[in-house]
Design a protein around this ligand. Structure first.
Ligand SMILES: *Cc1c(COP(=O)(O)O)cnc(C)c1O
Length: 395
């Protein structure tokens, strides 16, 4: 992680803060569009709903994957058209549905939600198009379908069970896993999704306008251990699927992505307030640790419980042992082993334990990488009333 001088100076005047680099976000959007021209992309708002970030992805032509009615409104505010905002989440209330009506495409998550949508459509005397989130009979790895709080089990889909005269099922949505870096795994999954779409179209005797393949597109957190996802392989698979689609469903392909676009573009900056040594252990006490950027602390918490970092991800809370890099920008020289802890009244308020850093003093700034997704909004910003970090888009 190299941080430009002007950014560092700006961060120094504004800690604790998140800075997102617009050029990196735009670059990622363009890489996806260039590699997979057959798909249209939806940005998963929950990964980073900061308005300038939404504007940046929206101006690249991305639609939105909204996880709440509030995220639907945020997408609207960013200039995304209702037909490009897909609202998919379990447990939408009637109030959520009422508020979002006309502002998005609903993806129904259960049979009772289909019933509610049907009632709204009937009241308004219109036919409402809606998608279906499906819990398929396959997993990302191929076999072993599991139970899920998301979507409708594939085996429950039949025209008999789908008696909703005011609804038109216009598409399907599948999302099983995030942060996949193996292109072959993803491609096999995409092909399974397409097969599923054909089955659903047959079972419900309906033309599907869209297939939302969900996310899975991973980004590199730990450059030493991970290889970037090969987008070219994915592009190749989508070419084949598009060929098949021309003779079969004629549906639009949608791909969701959040962290691939924003994760590596964001850095969290916090300041060392105090430096202390307790019985041989050196602590750098910083502003807003757990309550500013939770993810690194969850990694340390898991290590403490389990004796080592878990090898599999627990998304979106934890990805891997080296999911963030810590630096004191501008400082070099001999390193020492330190813990980075925060100002909360819990010993678990630790962002990193036993990491090697050049000697840090009170006043120095610590930069934490990979803070562009699941950073600000995933953190307990209200705890202990310290005040939330600021957020900035770096243009
Ligand atoms: C959270 C979420 C995403 C975002 O996925 P990332 O892999 O973290 O980018 C995409 N789709 C759905 C349905 C989600 O819930």
């Amino acid at each position: 992680m190299s941080i430009k001088c002007d950014m560092l100076e700006f961060a120094g005047q504004n800690t604790p803060c998140y800075i997102y680099e617009k050029s990196l976000i735009t670059e990622r959007c363009r890489a996806l569009k260039a590699a997979i021209p057959e798909a249209r992309f939806l940005y998963s708002v929950k990964t980073n709903p900061f308005a300038p970030v939404l504007k940046a992805v929206s101006s690249e032509g991305f639609g939105a994957d909204a996880a709440s009615s509030e995220e639907v409104f945020k997408a609207v505010d960013a200039g995304i058209l209702p037909e490009n905002i897909y609202y998919s989440a379990p447990g939408k209330t009637r109030e959520d549905i009422r508020k979002a009506l006309g502002k998005c495409v609903f993806i129904a998550d259960s049979l009772s939600e289909l019933k509610t949508l049907n009632e709204y459509a009937k009241e308004r005397g219109e036919t409402l198009s809606a998608g279906l989130r499906i819990n398929p009979l396959f997993s990302m790895e191929g076999a072993n379908p599991s139970s899920s709080k998301f979507g409708i089990d594939e085996e429950l889909i039949s025209s008999a069970a789908f008696d909703f005269p005011c609804l038109k099922i216009s598409g399907i949505h599948i999302h099983l896993k995030s942060q996949v870096l193996n292109a072959d795994t993803l491609c096999a999954y995409y092909e399974n999704c397409y097969d599923l779409a054909e089955r659903v179209s047959r079972l419900l005797n309906t033309d599907l306008k869209f297939i939302n393949f969900g996310s899975g597109i991973g980004t590199v957190y730990d450059g030493a251990c991970e290889n970037p996802l090969d987008l070219e392989i994915i592009g190749h698979t989508f070419k084949k699927l598009a060929e098949r689609n021309r003779k079969s469903l004629g549906a639009e392909f949608l791909l969701e992505t959040g962290r691939f676009v924003t994760c590596n573009a964001g850095t969290y900056f916090t300041r060392i307030i105090d430096r202390k040594v307790s019985r041989g252990r050196t602590y750098l006490i910083v502003e807003d640790a757990v309550n500013g950027f939770l993810r690194p602390a969850i990694a340390e918490l898991l290590r403490q419980c389990l004796g080592s970092f878990p090898s599999g991800g627990l998304e979106p809370f934890y990805t891997s042992a080296a999911q963030c890099t810590f630096t004191i920008p501008g400082k070099t020289g001999q390193t020492e082993k330190v813990d980075i802890a925060g100002n909360l009244c819990t010993p678990l308020d630790v962002m990193a334990r036993d990491i090697e850093l050049p000697r840090g003093e009170a006043g120095d700034i610590i930069a934490v990488s990979n803070a562009g997704s699941y950073g600000y909004t995933l953190s307990p910003l209200l705890f202990s009333s310290h005040g939330a970090p600021k957020e900035f888009m770096w243009e």
